[in-house]
Design a protein around this ligand. Sequence first.
Ligand code: SIN
Length: 485
Amino acid sequence: MYGLADKQLMKNFSYINGSWHSSATDFVVTNPVDNSEIIKVSNAGVVETQLAVKAAKNSLKMWSAKSANERAQLLRNWFNLMMQNQDDLGRILTLEQGKPLAEAKGEIAYGASFIEWFAEEGKRVYGDIIPAPSGDKRIIVIKQPVGVVASITPWNFPNAMIARKAAAALAAGCTFVVRPAKQTPLSALAMAELAERAGIPAGVFNVVVGEDARGMGEVLTQHPDIAKFTFTGSTGVGKSLIQQCASSVKKVSMELGGNAPFIVFNDADVDAAVQGAMVSKYRNAGQTCVCTNRIFVQQGVLKEFTDKFTKAVSELVIGNGLTQGVNIGPMISATAVADVDKLVKDSIAAGASLVCGGKQDSAGENFYQPTILTGVTNDMPIAANEIFGPVSPIISFNNEDEVIAMANATEYGLAAYFYSRDIGCIWRVAEGLEFGMVGINEGIISNTAAPFGGVKQSGNGREGSKYGLDDYLEIKYLCMGGLDK
Ligand code: SIN
C-alpha cells in the first residue's frame, strides 16, 4: 500500500520491552505533501513511557555485562538490516517528513553509518593507569556505561538523529528509550522492527510514540532511573528540558539551534562557494540545524556570487519528494511556512530586496519557494533568527575583522562555513569563529567520523566520532592501597 517491499516495516505501535504496545487512543501521521493521512498510530503517553523506562532499567545489567564484541555483533546486524532495507526506510521517511527520496535514502545511510561506527568504537573504550603519589598505591581509571539513556529526537532527521544517539549509547553498554517527534514516528518504529530482527534483546532499545510531549518529556527528564538525557531540537525547548533534568542531576547532552554564517571572501573559488551554499542551505528545504542561515559575501565578488547563486536556486525543482527530479520537498507544516514567510516579509519591510521566491508555492500549503534576499543587514529578522526554511539572506562585507564580528554576533554557535584560498585568512577565520564546527571550502560537514556539536546556546556534548562515546560513559577511579611489602 505504501509501495514498500517489506510491509512489516510500517509499524503503528510503540516498541516497549521487545513488544509492540497498543494504547487506548490513536493519532494520525500525515504526509506533509498534502496533509493526507498516512496511518493512525497508537497514542502512547506517560504510562507507556514509564513502562519503557522500566524495561530499559531491567535490561541494563544484562546488556552492560555483554562484551563489547557481543554488542558490536548485534549492532553490526542492525546496520546491515538498515542498509538492506534502505529503499523502504527512505520511502517511509519521505512519506512522513517530506524530503526528496534520494535525500531520505542518504539519511538512512548516514544514520546506519553511526551504528557501524559505534559497533567498532565500543571495542576501544580504554581505561588508564596513573602514577600514584605514594608507592603503596595504584591509581586505575575504568569507564562504565552511564546507565539508562532517554532521548527526544526531532522531525527533520527522523532516522539519523536517533541512530547517532542510540548507537553510541548501546555500544557503551547503556539501554535506551526514545520519544521521536510526533510528526515522524514511523522511521523510529521501523528502526525498532529492524533492531528486533537484528537480535538486540528486549528492553535495550525502546520507542514510545505519542502526542503528549509535555507528559512524556517530564518522565524522560525526571525519572530517577534515567541517568542521562539527550535532546536534539530547538534552543528554547532544550533550555526547559535542561531545567527539568536538574531535579535529578542527570547528565545531559544537547544539540540545539544554529544560525550558521556562510562567508565568501574575494579570493574564493566562487563556483565552489555557490555549490557549497546550495547544499548547505537547501538540503531538507532548509530545515537543518547546520543549514546556512546568513550568507556574507565580500564586495569584490558580491555580484558574481549573487548572479550564479540566483541561477542555481532558480533551477531547484519543488514538489512531492517521491517524484523523480524533485529537490525541494514540503516544509513540515503550514505554520512553519507562515513563520518563514513572516521573517521574509518583515525583512523586506526593514529594507531587504527580494531577488526570487518570497512566497508560498502553488504546489501546496506546506511548500515555500526557494528565496534569496539581498541588501540584508545582520540585525534584520531573517539574519537574527534561525530561519529553518529555504531562504538565503545575502549580507555584504568589506573586511575580515568586520565579517568575523558579524558572524559571531549571535547566541548560537553550531556550524559556520567560509570560502577562501588564502592560508593566513583560513587559519585566522577558522580560529576566530565561535562555532563548534567550521566548514572550510566545504558546505557539507556532517559525517560519522567527525564530532558534531555546538558551543554557546547551540548546546553541549558531541555526537559521532571517537568523542561521541564519552557522553555515554562514566569515569570511575579505583585507588588500590596497602601494596607495601
Ligand atoms: C540537524 O539538523 O540537527 C542534524 C544535521 C546533520 O546531522 O547534518
